[in-house]
Design a protein. Structure first.
Length: 447
């Protein structure tokens, strides 16, 4: 099955063709671990988790890497405020993020590199850029990348350097040769610093992913590089520029970017205070609910989070939960085994996801299968085999979407209770049968 992906490098849908047949190398920019993440930070987690699971379902081997930025001015600021070292701060929020990931039922990346682990390689990389004339050290000790050495700078973000205003995501600095030059190394005495041939300091943000891709994949060109749309410029543009300078490579063949999340129709941002922390949402609601909300909209479109959206998603998710619970219970009560889970997602479902990760269409197909299963349950003398096939097909779809829907595994006591219910009902002991039915209903065995 062909997979179509919207490639941000060319701003068009393209058929995915891996560098190595049957293998996918995918790098997704991870969080800067200076605080708890908000729900917007979890959108790329969900998008690329579904893509990874789709590739696996289609028989690909996937090498998935996602980093942690554990050196950052905001980490240093918080460490100084709390009078602890930077590692204490970064490890605290890495742990918190991993807890969120688990609740979102996402597969862990194969590797999760950090800046501190790859500093020697980053320093060597910057030194080589200086040696080759692609970077320069200023009188203040900072090291900047020479953007004008890259002829097609702006090819990813499609920006016009002459039209883009200084101050609009471009830092004004009199030490720069060109306003668009960006920092590779910051000379500073504030917070943690590292020794380098070009002076003590710490790395800039845009270099880490270029180096980590080389270090973790052991190659300079990978299949997919992903992240939020806000990373397209300047972060991903600057990554590509460095890769072109160092490797004569555009770093990735496919650049994928997910849309923003708005909270009550306004852009979500920590700087403005309009945020919903992931840990708070997950504590108030659930991982499957947040995941469903994010899946219900195409990944390149903005998602608006409001109480109405949450309530509607809860109703839709509940339809799936009740359908699965009812199906699993009926199968078990009539001699079927719902474990181990096995099954293959239908072609229409896979085709929806292969069409640029169209999760909204995939959810529609999932709902249709749940609805059809409910119709089968209502038929007299329903055979177990068709129900089992339908159950496992639905589970295969849920697995790829990452929706963890719980269902009850019946015990011997549950089976006996059901037999007692059937016996009481057949003997017209309706008081007893009603009593047992209430218990079975409470245990999600009868609906």
């Amino acid at each position: 099955m062909e997979i179509q992906l919207f490639n941000g490098l060319h701003d068009r849908l393209e058929t995915f063709k891996p560098i190595q047949p049957g293998k996918v190398n995918m790098y997704v920019c991870g969080p800067t671990v200076y605080d708890y993440v908000h729900i917007g930070n979890l959108r790329p987690l969900v998008v690329f988790d579904v893509l990874k699971k789709l590739f696996i379902a289609l028989g690909y081997q996937v090498h998935h890497v996602s980093n942690y930025t554990d050196i950052d001015d905001r980490i240093i600021e918080k460490a100084q405020k709390e009078k602890v070292d930077e590692m204490t701060i970064s490890q605290r929020y890495i742990k918190a993020y991993q807890q969120d990931v688990a609740k979102m039922n996402a597969l862990l990346p194969n590797q999760t590199p950090t800046v501190t682990e790859h500093l020697p390689a980053m320093i060597a990389f910057i030194a080589k850029l200086i040696q080759d004339g692609f970077a320069y050290k200023t009188s203040s000790g900072d090291v900047f990348f020479r953007v004008n050495k890259i002829k097609n700078y702006g090819q990813l973000s499609h920006i016009d350097l002459h039209e883009n205003k200084i101050g609009a995501r471009v830092e004004a600095n009199p030490d720069k040769e060109n306003p668009f030059d960006f920092a590779l190394w910051k000379h500073t005495t504030l917070g943690i610093t590292y020794d380098a041939p070009f002076g003590a300091g710490r790395p800039g943000w845009h270099t880490e992913c270029v180096v980590m891709i080389k270090e973790t994949f052991n190659q300079t060109l990978i299949d997919i590089h992903g992240g939020g749309f806000d990373l397209k410029f300047p972060h991903h543009e600057n990554e590509m520029a460095q890769a072109q300078a160092a490797y004569q490579s555009h770093l990735a063949n496919y650049w994928l970017h997910n849309g923003f999340i708005n909270l009550n129709a306004e852009k979500m941002s920590k700087s403005t205070g309009n945020i919903f922390l992931a840990k708070d949402f997950l504590a108030t609601y659930s991982g499957p609910l947040l995941r469903y909300i994010l899946l219900a909209t195409h990944y390149r479109m903005p998602v608006n989070i409001s109480q109405l959206i949450i309530d509607n998603a809860q109703q839709e998710l509940k339809k799936i939960q009740i359908g699965i619970a009812h199906l699993a219970s009926f199968i078990q009560l009539h001699g079927g085994n719902v474990l181990p889970l096995k099954g293959i997602a239908p072609q229409a479902f896979l085709a929806a996801l292969a069409d640029d990760i169209n999760t909204s269409n995939a959810l529609t197909i999932l709902h249709q299968h749940v609805k059809e299963a409910q119709a089968l349950l209502r038929q007299p003398q329903t055979l177990i085999e068709p129900l089992l096939n339908r159950f496992f097909t639905i589970q295969a779809m849920l697995s790829i979407l990452g929706l963890a829907i719980e269902f009850t595994i019946l015990t011997k006591e549950d089976h006996q209770l059901y037999k007692d219910y059937v016996s009481a009902k057949s003997n017209q002991n309706f008081g007893r049968s009603d009593e047992i039915r209430k218990i079975l209903h409470q245990r999600n065995i009868l609906f």
